[in-house]
Design a protein around this ligand. Structure first.
Ligand code: UD1
Length: 418
């Protein structure tokens, strides 16, 4: 196991560039198999979720080449329609392959996917969406078999705007004859990015970013070189790191327009933020002020993936605040560790009540999921003394060497073997 060792008390300063977003890269890697031509992605962060996705694609017969932040997928040799069990359990995004594999082979077999333990995370909406396109779904021995021999374009309605289910149906429909319309689609910016990518390959998708996405089938897609959108959650986490240390940093290649909810909360806490289309500058006050309330919601509401970082910030803010987690049912698992560091957080169901304290104290704590691990690192940056965050590998799923990024901003943090 690896851990982060953080020595708190350093004020962060400096400039960093934000790479492509994990949540854009993963569905785009899945969509890359919709063409047999080469697809090259630029700016891809070195994160383990992307590496696992590349491994799954390789097992299915694709050639995947990675050089630094450039990743090329050639799926001419794709032969498998059964998702490898071990890897699917490691990475939830393997479920994204269901739509594109069905599109290529008209059949697919998957297991229930894994990922962060932040809630039940069922895939019923994915399956229901595909059923609306004529896919027959059956289950046996823990495997899900999809028969797409009678697949056809049509109307899909989601009871809830699921990000992954919206993306899966978009990818399944791209090569179907006719028009598919997704109603009550998720509106996350990464869905717009997937639309832009598919259209860059010659697809005809419109409406992403609104509640209705329309996919007009095309016969064939072609290869492309594409730079996925920058990561709004990594950008938000770095701004939060500056905020908790009373620092001042600048982010370049930042997806400013997609970060309104987070920027507004940081302002509410007393941070001065100067925004330009691709640059964000934050200057934090000596002591943050508590916001009274934060509720996570689907985009454009406050993103659940930034909730636990804000919990860390609220822990040391002046005053009292409440956080409500409305998207996942199990996303306060790090409150106990923050309390061990001196925070005063009371959780009940989907609500956390936080009384800010002046100081946190270093402790040995455990990352239980990707964003929670990052939040503990933020707490460690503020805490007096040494904080050890076990299970750094969970943080590596979505942050490209977080310790190096923070060190570049003046933090004292390193990775150790435990
Ligand atoms: C994506 C993001 C994740 C983010 C989440 C919400 C990727 C790779 N991951 O995850 O970082 O936290 O959006 O913004 O893009 N649900 C069902 N049935 C389903 C699917 C989802 O009940 O078939 C529920 C989930 O349990 C959850 C809610 O819907 O409570 C939101 O999930 P969803 O929008 O699907 O998130 P993901 O696509 O898994």
């Amino acid at each position: 196991m690896e851990a982060f060792l953080v020595e708190g008390g350093q004020r962060l300063e400096g400039t960093l560039r934000v790479d492509a977003a994990k949540n854009a890269v993963l569905p785009i890697l899945a969509a890359a198999i919709l063409t047999e031509d080469a697809v090259t992605l630029l700016d891809v962060p070195r994160i383990s979720d992307a590496a696992h996705m590349a491994e799954i694609l390789t097992i299915l017969g694709c050639e995947v080449e990675q050089q630094g932040k450039r990743m090329t997928v050639r799926s001419g040799g794709l032969h498998g329609w059964e998702m490898p069990d071990r890897l699917s359990k490691q990475i939830r995004s393997s479920i994204f392959l269901l739509g594109p594999i069905l599109s290529r082979f008209r059949k697919a077999t998957v297991t229930y996917p894994g990922g962060c333990e932040i809630g039940l995370r069922p895939i019923d909406l994915h399956l229901r969406g595909l059923r609306s396109l004529g896919v027959k779904v059956s289950e046996s021995g823990g495997m899900i078999h999809c028969d797409g021999s009678a697949m056809k374009a049509g109307d899909v309605y989601f009871d809830y705007p699921s990000v992954g289910a919206t993306e899966n149906v978009m990818m399944a429909a791209v090569l179907l004859d006719g028009v598919t319309t997704i109603h009550n689609a998720a509106r996350e910016p990464e869905i717009v990015d997937l639309q832009n990518f598919i259209n860059a390959m010659g697809g005809r998708v419109k409406g992403a970013g609104s509640q209705m996405v329309e996919i007009t089938g095309v016969k064939k897609l072609h290869g492309v070189s594409y730079t996925p959108m920058p990561d709004r959650i990594v950008a938000g986490t770095l701004l939060a790191a500056a905020a908790i240390t009373g620092g001042e940093i600048e982010l370049t290649n930042a997806p400013t327009a997609d970060m309104m909810a987070v920027l507004s909360k940081l302002r509410e806490m007393g941070c001065l933020i100067h925004e330009e289309p691709a640059t964000l500058h934050i200057k934090a006050p000596e002591r943050l002020a508590a916001f009274s309330q934060l509720q996570t919601q689907p985009h454009p509401g406050f993103p659940t993936d930034m909730q636990v970082q804000m919990l860390a910030l609220l822990s040391v803010a002046q005053g009292m605040g409440i956080i409500m987690e409305n998207v996942f049912e199990n996303r306060f698992t790090h409150a106990g560790d923050l309390n061990r560091m001196g925070a005063h957080i009371l959780c009940s169901g989907r609500t956390a009540v936080v009384q800010g304290v002046e100081q946190l104290y270093g402790a040995r704590v455990t990352a239980r999921d990707l964003r929670g691990g990052a939040a503990l690192v933020l707490a460690g940056l503020k805490a007096q003394g040494l904080t050890q965050v076990d299970h750094a590998e969970l943080v590596d799923r979505g942050y490209d060497h977080l310790e190096d990024q923070l060190t570049a901003l003046g933090a004292r943090i390193r990775r150790i073997d435990v």
